[in-house]
Design a protein around this ligand. Structure first.
Ligand code: GDP
Length: 445
């Protein structure tokens, strides 16, 4: 997502780097290029216009800063304006004073509502809540079963009409679910509703009916970030129909241009609250405008990555690992194995990659790691002696043969792993040295 936009903006900025001072003509030319970049990314025209007008005005009026060169000043302004159109502050869920808090999900069929219910359930549970998911999509065959499946995966209770009761009435299901939640001490109820492939009155009326009956604290409009310009019409129709208090962008992992994501806040006036980045329940997070902006500008989303890493490793463990990485040869195959397994716990490699800064070659190398390889790699490392893991340089030809037999792979695969380990060690040293991650000490050579 946003790759093309990021690349184009990077080009615009690199053209500015050689300039000592920016004339008004330079700023106009830059603004034109940014405009094209945004339009190509499918950002809605009114949003592009407002964006460009602000960038131009602020760049021309920018006070001369000794700390920043002209390119940096423009990047700073573009970053701030991106944060603005993405909604500024991070908007958190509002919980009811008297539980249960009711969250209604609305959106087109296939937008990702049911998946979101599971993700939200899991996330709420991790935040210490006791959520319940409610199946009010009684139109789509299997929607109820699908919700039950995600509920089970999330370890969250699902309230659904009894099977065999015909189509059922979603309004009474919703109302009953809330009574049920009160008895069962659930403090948050997430109501999944029916969607259609296109907007239609009947679906909207049904959502309105449920809304009026349950008086939700939040109505989340789920939108597929891959649907391009049409996203805007859909968003407006839902705003004018059932209405919503927040937006959830789904499928941000796709390689579409991303215009919907950049337009929806400005066009609907409602904040983006969550982002979904994959089919797995963990591919989901609170939406932070400032992090998304820096990600678009190619600075990566280091904050999110660090937060996830912190959840995965405990602080001491992270510090020990950081020290080992920074000190070079102390980083062993044992650590490599542990780290690989920990990264796996953090989420899919592709979502982690998406959060890393531009980093061309390094990213490509990492992207070439096949997730299924991790298990094989683990098997290979487990076939090594403690001594070999601690000192991989000692793994000579005959040891490689023994390890390959032990783990049931070819010698070439063992070779490949050992080589990859040395590469990874080199790469990590470059990363920690170059980025100065908090908690990762830089060492002078
Ligand atoms: P609903 O009709 O709105 O309930 O949509 P679903 O939750 O059934 O999702 C439709 C399809 O999109 C399913 O195949 C999901 O696995 C997939 N999906 C949902 N969210 C995401 C996401 O963030 N990324 C990707 N790649 N797929 C998603």
């Amino acid at each position: 997502m946003f790759d093309t936009l990021s690349d184009r903006l990077e080009n615009v900025f690199s053209g500015l780097r050689s300039k000592g001072r920016l004339t008004d003509a330079d700023i106009d030319a830059t603004a034109r290029e940014i405009r094209i970049a945004l339009l190509e990314a499918d950002v809605a025209l009114p949003v592009v216009k407002a964006f460009i007008a602000s960038v131009k005005e602020r760049s021309k009026g920018a006070e001369v800063s000794k700390a920043l060169n002209p390119a940096q000043q423009v990047i700073k302004i573009v970053n701030e304006e991106l944060v603005n159109i993405l909604g500024g502050e991070t908007r958190r869920l509002q919980f009811a004073k008297t539980p249960p808090t009711v969250i209604l999900l609305a959106g087109l069929q296939g937008a990702g509502k049911t998946t979101l219910a599971g993700k939200l359930g899991k996330w709420l549970k991790a935040q210490g809540h006791s959520p319940m998911l409610v199946a009010c999509d009684l139109q789509r065959p299997n929607a109820v079963t699908q919700l039950q499946v995600v509920g089970e995966q999330a370890g969250v209770e699902v309230y659904a009409p009894e099977p065999g009761n015909g189509v059922g009435d979603p309004v009474s299901v919703a109302l009953n679910s809330i009574e049920n939640a009160k008895h069962a001490m659930h403090d948050v109820v997430v109501v999944d509703t029916a969607g259609r492939t296109g907007i239609d009155q009947e679906m909207m009326q049904q959502a309105i009916g449920i809304r009026d009956a349950v008086q939700p604290n939040e109505i989340l409009f789920v939108i597929d970030a891959m649907i391009g310009q049409d996203a805007i019409n859909t968003a407006q129709a839902f705003r004018d129909g059932v209405g919503f208090t927040g937006v959830v962008l789904s499928k941000l992992d796709g390689d579409a241009r991303g215009g919907a994501a950049l337009s929806v806040r400005h066009v609907t006036g409602q904040p983006i609250m969550f982002a979904s980045t994959g089919e797995k329940l963990d591919d989901f997070d609170v939406f932070h405008p400032e992090r998304m902006a820096s990600r678009i500008l190619g600075m990566g989303d280091m904050l999110t990555l660090i937060e996830q890493a912190q959840q995965t490793f405990d602080e001491d463990e992270a510090q020990q690992l950081a020290d080992k990485v920074a000190s070079g040869n102390k980083f062993t195959l044992e650590d490599f194995l542990e780290q690989m397994l920990a990264i796996r716990r953090m989420g899919s490699l592709s979502s982690i990659l998406g959060m890393m800064p531009g980093g061309g070659q390094m990213k490509e190398q990492l992207a070439s790691v096949d997730e299924r390889d991790i298990d094989r790699t683990a098997a290979i490392i487990r076939s090594m002696t403690a001594e070999e893991r601690a000192n991989p340089k000692m793994i000579n030809g005959s040891r490689r043969l023994r390890i390959s037999k032990g783990s049931g792979v070819t010698v070439a695969e063992v070779n490949n792993l050992v080589n990859r380990f040395f590469e990874a060690r080199k790469m990590m040293q470059q990363m920690t040295g170059g980025l100065g991650l908090p908690g990762m000490k830089r060492r002078s050579k």
